[in-house]
Design a binder for this molecule. Structure first.
Ligand SMILES: Nc1ncnc2c1ncn2[C@@H]1O[C@H](COP(=O)(O)OP(=O)(O)OP(=O)(O)O)[C@@H](O)[C@H]1O
Ligand SMILES: [Mg+2]
Length: 316
């Protein structure tokens, strides 16, 4: 840098002419500042490019579940990146999507990965964020959330445990009447979401508890079932969870996956953590296949089979 600028001024110096460089810098102190800034910027760019290559983003973070990822790609990601092609066939982007399925199987995780995959801003709203003893406050909070999302558009607004926001009529009637105002406010914004560059996503373990009116076309157009992790997902999850821990060579991840059919994703993380704790406390040098298999036998699946049966029924 120093060399080039001085060369432009016709003062060709070799970098070894230290005294001359020093006096030149004293006369032009800005040059040193610029050189440092450029240096810092280049180092930052190099570090970031290495970091970006190493840190998986979006669906790269999702272990297994290839069929599900394919479905989400076709029905959500493709339309967003190819809005023109969609329009040509008179198709519109979805206003809302519901992710449903048993607890601990990745609904919240999938939504976060989807936001990364779509490179959209992301606002997460839980029931507690909206709850207020004053009706107008809850309604105002819903309106505020959508205003904020519009300002940040394109933006995903994610309502976790959405059944508490839009319960069925039967459920609704058991609530105080003000709940209806909240639902109306929400539906109003949902109807115009895509037009405002907003994608509304809800997650629930209880799709049967959501008002059918909310699920009709133009509102939550798309319902995506997040099943318990498939065998590929389970094997990859074991692999990922054990990556940073000392373990014996040649662990049989397929065997671990076979032994954990109908376990949730959260269970797999729990099994590895519990095995690691055992290895640490009993002073073992690393985790072995035997230890993992023993943990699996000792830790039952937390999957709620009644949720699973209901969901499979829904899928038919
Ligand atoms: N396919 C997957 N690949 C990698 N990690 C996963 C996968 N599915 C789930 N997980 C991990 O499993 C854990 C539980 O997932 P998550 O909290 O998203 O479940 P959930 O369905 O939202 O549960 P709940 O109904 O209780 O809210 C998280 O730590 C998440 O990172
Ligand atoms: Mg969740």
């Amino acid at each position: 840098m120093i060399y080039i600028i001085m060369a432009e001024e016709g003062k060709r110096l070799k970098m070894t002419d230290i005294n001359e460089i020093q006096s030149y810098l004293q006369q032009n102190p800005w040059l040193l500042g610029t050189a440092i800034a450029v240096g810092v910027f280049l180092v930052y760019k190099i570090v970031m490019s290495i970091h970006d290559k190493k840190t998986p983003r979006g669906f790269e973070r999702v272990a297994g579940m290839y069929e599900l990822k394919k479905k989400i790609y076709q029905e959500v990601i493709f339309p967003f990146y190819n809005a023109g092609k969609y329009k040509k066939f008179n198709l519109t982007l979805p206003n809302g999507i519901i992710f449903y399925g048993p607890t601990g199987c990745g609904k919240t995780f999938f939504v976060e990965c989807l936001a990364e995959e779509l490179n959209m801003n992301f606002i997460k709203v839980s029931h507690a964020d909206l709850a207020s003893p004053y009706v107008h406050e809850s309604v105002a909070k819903i309106a505020e959330t959508f205003e904020q999302a519009k300002a940040l558009s394109p933006c995903i607004v994610f309502f976790d445990e959405i059944e508490s926001l839009v319960p069925t009529r039967a459920e609704l009637s058991s609530h105080a009447t003000y709940k209806k105002e909240e639902v109306d406010e929400f539906l109003n914004h949902l109807n115009n979401a895509a037009k405002n560059g907003i994608l509304v996503i809800g997650a629930t373990n209880h799709i049967e508890m959501i008002d059918p009116a909310v699920q009709r076309s133009g509102r939550f157009d798309l319902k995506i079932y997040i099943s318990p992790p498939d065998a590929d997902a389970r094997a990859e999850m074991f692999y990922d969870a054990l990556k940073g821990m000392p373990h014996e060579k040649g662990l049989n991840f397929d065997e671990l996956a076979m032994m954990t059919e109908n376990y949730t994703s959260a269970d797999i993380v729990n099994i590895v953590q519990s095995t690691a704790r055992y290895a640490a406390v009993s002073d073992h040098k690393h985790i072995t296949q035997k230890m993992l298999e023993r943990s699996i036998r000792e830790i039952p699946s937390s999957l709620d089979m009644s949720e699973l049966e209901y969901q499979s029924y829904e899928e038919e």
